[in-house]
Design a protein around this ligand. Structure first.
Ligand SMILES: *Cc1c(COP(=O)(O)O)cnc(C)c1O
Length: 486
């Protein structure tokens, strides 16, 4: 399973290319450039034929787990298969070779794409306007919170609290704190939804907004939205929706219609750009009427010039919160999302969500006898099991189960999140998996539940088939060892 370094595979004089003779100036380099800019030694680069380069990187990619290899049931992260046509469009030379400082007149196509993508996202979420600037979900949250802050400032309010439901993604309280707010936690009730009594108790004159995830992080739709909306708006507070779970709602219902004032999308989740490992994301923010004037600049606008449709970036917005990015968001993710939405159309997007929901419920039904289900309700696009039974009866923890899944050839689900579920195993199959794949994954989970009874040690010593065996969880993320030994 080991792969040698590309430098060790290198053999002097091997080449992966041949160039035709130069037909340009062939004077020696030190006549063309001042000698202080020239290398003294040749660059230390590996020398290999193309075939060996390709094989080296394919072998490396096989040491890793990825969504092109098998199902990736990481709850809340929406690791769906990413259609390759998205990469094709974003590699088109007109997009790939653009520079952010290019004059607007030469970037009309890119501006049109951004304008139209924002229009589509407006329609999908039922919001009044959308900015594409934020570079990730959490960055979208911060943008939304700064918009809320500006709104209250303009009204002369000095509200300093944000309410966050305790099942929320960890980025919600973090963004609230970064935005300068005191974060107050609202409890979930026994059904996994917002505890209305606790919400009423905490909703006072200091509350700027409530941050809610719908469907929430245990995959359950908050049916109390009309009541929540009345309470929150009646208190002069705003409603923020964490829209990272939009994969469950496309074409079915809209946050704008539920009364949300501001929400962020995760384009890299819902609209299928490859993500993870800190790769580029995109967290557009949609707003209701009352927040439009505060959106970040520059705003992409469409206008008419002598009967011709043109697009421009407008920074002349007096009440804006300013810029959230130096340039304009992660453009390649915008191209991918645009392609994905245009390929599917309205009908296709609705089927994405319907299939995501049926896949999650099917998988849940196959597993529910074998693992505890803390909130026994039909779910939307994901569900959250608990490894409590395995822990109490056999001393096998959720972490062990997650590691054992690697031996069965699957990426582990999200574990120990949300915090309200002990020994949480949060599973999101997504719409892109076939019934056979879901069944094979369910069979693996069931086999592990059986192993917990008959041979718990095999689970506790997992994984045994991966290139790297069990790591010290705490050290592994604090002391990264990503260098090769010299
Ligand atoms: C992924 C996620 C976020 C954060 O998005 P990033 O792009 O990782 O910053 C926020 N909330 C929920 C519910 C999420 O699933």
């Amino acid at each position: 399973m080991k792969e040698q370094l590309i430098f060790d595979l290198s053999r002097s004089g091997r080449k992966g290319y041949c160039l035709s003779p130069f037909d340009i100036d062939e004077r020696p380099a030190d006549e063309l450039l001042p000698s202080k800019f020239l290398r003294k030694e040749p660059a230390e680069l590996p020398e290999m034929p193309e075939s060996e380069v390709v094989r080296h990187f394919v072998r490396l990619s096989n040491l890793n787990y990825h969504v092109d290899k098998n199902m990736y049931p990481l709850g809340s992260c929406t690791m769906k298969y990413n259609p390759k046509i998205n990469d094709y469009t974003c590699d088109l030379p007109g997009f790939a070779s653009m520079h952010p400082m290019q004059p607007e007149s030469t970037a009309q196509g890119a501006l049109q794409l951004m304008y139209e993508l924002a229009e589509m996202l407006k329609e999908i979420a039922g919001m009044k306007a959308v900015t594409l600037q934020p570079a990730a979900g959490a960055h979208g949250e911060l943008t939304g919170i700064l918009l809320i802050k500006k709104y209250h400032e303009k009204l002369g309010n000095s509200r300093h609290k944000l309410l966050v439901v305790d099942s929320a993604h960890g980025t919600n309280p973090a963004s609230a704190a970064l935005g300068g707010y005191e974060c107050v936690s609202v409890k979930c009730d026994e059904s996994g939804c917002t505890d209305m009594a606790d919400l009423r108790a905490k909703l006072d004159g200091e509350v700027a907004a409530l941050m809610l995830t719908n469907p929430n992080t245990v995959g359950i739709f908050e049916k109390q939205m009309p009541e929540i909306e009345k309470l929150v708006h009646g208190n002069g507070s705003l409603l923020y929706m964490d829209g990272a779970n939009m994969n469950a709602l496309l074409g079915i219902t809209r946050p704008g219609d539920m009364g949300f004032d501001v929400m962020h999308y995760n384009l890299h989740k819902t609209f299928s750009a490859p993500h993870g490992g800190g790769g580029p994301g995109s967290g557009p923010v949609g707003v209701s009427e009352r927040l439009v004037e505060f959106l970040p600049v520059p705003v992409v606008e469409k206008y008419d010039e002598n009967g011709e449709t043109r697009y421009r970036l407008n920074s002349g917005k007096p009440d804006t919160i300013g810029r959230m990015m130096n340039f304009y968001g992660n453009f390649s993710v915008l191209v991918r999302a645009y392609t994905y939405i245009r390929m599917l159309g309205a009908e296709g997007l609705r089927r994405v969500s319907e299939n995501a929901i049926i896949n999650a419920n099917y998988l849940l039904q196959r597993l529910v006898e074998h693992y505890a289900l803390p909130y026994p309700k039909p779910v939307m696009h994901e569900f959250c099991l608990s490894g409590d039974r395995q822990k109490k009866e056999h001393g096998v923890r959720t972490l062990d189960i997650a590691k054992r899944l690697l031996d069965y050839g699957y990426h582990a689900p999200t574990v120990y999140f949300p915090l309200i579920v002990s020994e949480a195993l949060m599973i999101e199959p997504t719409e892109t998996e076939a019934k056979e794949t879901l069944d094979a994954f369910a069979d693996a989970m069931i086999a592990i539940a059986e192993e917990a009874k008959s041979n718990p040690d095999i689970i506790k010593s997992a994984p045994v088939t991966t290139p790297v065996k069990r790591l010290d969880e705490a050290q592994a993320s604090r002391k990264l060892n990503i260098c090769c030994p010299l």
